[in-house]
Design a protein around this ligand. Structure first.
Ligand code: UDP
Ligand code: MG
Length: 337
């Protein structure tokens, strides 16, 4: 039997768990007032008997609608909700970090505040956590068919680069909709980087994971914050944070172009000396200069992306700034900055 035929290693048996003492639900929200009005009571109803205690932690990521007002009114109505307001819009990744830093639950569920993540899937995730899985993540079903071929092409290239350029196994179509055991949350809190590409970080920390397929609901109110441009720049963050593969491709490209230019040079000299052909002039020269200038600028751009990432990391700025927390923490614990 060759090495390749070896059977896959048998995973260690799972340790079943009781229902959590405290279940935290982290809900990053940017202008989600209309969606939260219904989502918060629905979550309370569905999750009430899934844990001894429940906390719904809404991270208001600098909303300029009534998000904070709606959440405060739910707190006044006696719902187990906490509101963490950031001082401005820091983006979903930073809001998620703020939520994970403030969540105190034994299990932490991450969901969008726009109601696109089905509560039924969240219940399935809890069941898998109780079976012993440390991280249960949602995989969007049927997402590919609804995407254009350019977007599918970019997605495939992105995952190819991540897969071949890093040792982490990042499942395609998985997002931030997931349930984390407290151990996973503590591991995530130790990661110091500013470039919070959460999907990559979730994969990086490891633990026993389980995927659950789900079909996202449509957004009831408001519009998505992520268009193609945001997704592309997000992919760049992911690539520069998790793989040096583009830098290696740049080196390879440099090598290839150098070899080709030597071959071309030899061919031109032979053509002139052996066959007496005059060296063809301006067109060849102009084409090769513009081609090489393009290649060089592209390579410089790739290097600059990495340099920019280093620049962001060395500044060591906090990921987010907390404006206030309602109700304030009684344990005296402060959130990381
Ligand atoms: N979100 C956030 N900060 C932002 C943008 C979005 O907290 O700067 C939240 C948003 O309120 C929602 C979640 O992140 O709860 C997902 O955002 P969205 O629905 O716009 O993205 P999509 O579902 O289209 O990927
Ligand atoms: Mg959404």
């Amino acid at each position: 039997m060759t090495h390749c035929d070896a059977p896959p290693p048998i995973p260690p048996p799972l340790q079943p768990r009781e229902r959590p003492g405290l279940l935290s639900v982290v809900l990053p929200a940017f202008n989600e007032a209309l969606n939260l009005v219904d989502l918060l009571p629905e979550l309370c109803r569905a999750l009430a008997d899934q844990a001894k205690r429940l906390e719904l932690l809404v991270i208001d990521d600098g909303s300029n609608d009534d998000t904070a007002w709606v959440v405060r009114s739910k707190i006044q109505q006696g719902l187990p909700v906490r509101l963490l307001r950031l001082s401005r819009n820091f983006g979903k990744e930073a809001a998620l970090c703020a939520g994970l830093d403030a969540a105190e639950g034994e299990a932490v569920l991450i969901m969008d505040s726009d109601g696109q993540h089905p509560i039924a899937t969240a219940l399935q995730m809890l069941a898998e956590w109780r079976r012993g899985f440390d991280m249960v993540y949602g995989v969007q079903n049927g997402r590919r068919e609804s995407q254009s071929w350019t977007r599918r092409g970019f997605t495939r290239l992105f995952y190819w680069l991540i897969h071949h350029g890093s040792r982490i196994n990042m499942p395609p179509n998985a997002g931030d909709f997931r349930l984390l055991d407290r151990r996973v949350v503590l591991a995530l809190r130790t990661l110091p980087e500013r470039a919070r590409y959460m999907k990559g970080l979730f994969a990086w920390v490891g633990f026993t994971t389980k995927a659950i397929e789900y079909v996202p609901h449509c957004r009831e109110h408001g519009v998505s914050s992520y268009g193609l441009v945001q997704l592309l720049s997000f992919a760049l963050v992911g690539l520069t944070a998790f793989t040096k593969m583009p830098l290696r491709l740049v080196s390879l490209l440099g090598l290839l172009v150098s070899v080709l230019s030597v071959v071309f040079g030899v061919w031109v000299v032979l053509e002139k000396t052996l066959f007496g052909q005059p060296v063809s002039g301006f067109t060849t020269l102009a084409a090769s200069i513009t081609f090489l200038a393009g290649v060089q600028l592209l390579c410089l751009g790739i290097i600059a992306e990495y340099l920019g990432r280093v620049f962001d990391e060395v500044k060591q700025r906090p990921l987010y700034v907390v404006q206030d927390l309602t109700p304030p923490l009684l344990t005296g614990k402060s959130t990381r900055n």
